[in-house]
Design a protein around this ligand. Structure first.
Ligand code: FMN
Length: 164
């Protein structure tokens, strides 16, 4: 019986956060929002340059203290924005701290374009993971937020049903 869920995500400008909150509403999961101690300024015009460079360099910034131990959960939802066609540095930091191969994992990303390459790259970082679902959302805050919230909730519900 799977009944303890954890959502782990990073979000700079709120899209991945919207999906995380939707999954939380649907499932009652606990939430771990990753925050680098030194994060980019989400308003700054240089964020694409610096964020893209940090992502390409596979940086792993130091995170603010985590609140939850993923080993206490039966299913983890892991979400990242796409930066430079790959996962974001805070997610790399998290994956270095925690091996997510011991419980089912559902992954999503948020992209302005498509998240395909970034999804492949994320999966390469967690080769032993038991991935039970994956999904991409295209800037859901600006592209049909109500529809995307509904899609995220249905996706989360489907995954949980498939495990029961
Ligand atoms: C530094 C940076 C790099 C990005 N690189 C890409 C990219 O390579 N491909 C893409 O489709 N979107 C890219 N985007 C857009 C974001 O992935 C997209 O807007 C996402 O929804 C943002 O999620 P967030 O609001 O949770 O931070 C980039 C955004 C930033 C800030």
């Amino acid at each position: 019986m799977v009944n303890k869920f954890l959502i782990v995500y990073y979000s700079l400008t709120g899209n991945t956060h919207l999906i995380a909150e939707s999954i939380k509403e649907q499932t009652g999961a606990d939430i771990e929002r990753l925050k680098p101690i030194k994060d980019l300024n989400s308003e700054s015009g240089t964020r694409f340059f610096w964020g893209g460079m940090h992502a390409k360099m596979k940086q792993k910034p130091k995170l603010e203290p985590l609140q939850h131990d993923p080993n206490d959960y039966d299913l983890i939802f892991l979400g990242t924005p796409v930066w430079a066609w790959t996962l974001t540095p805070p997610i790399r930091s998290y994956l270095k701290l925690h091996d997510l191969s011991s419980q089912p994992l559902a992954i999503w990303n948020c992209a302005a374009g498509n998240g395909i390459k970034a999804m492949q790259r994320l999966k390469k970082e967690i080769p032993n993971a038991n991935i039970v679902g994956e999904n991409t959302f295209t800037d859901p805050l600006t592209n049909d937020p109500d529809g995307e919230v509904k899609r995220a909730k249905e996706w989360a519900a489907e995954i949980i049903n498939s495990l029961e």
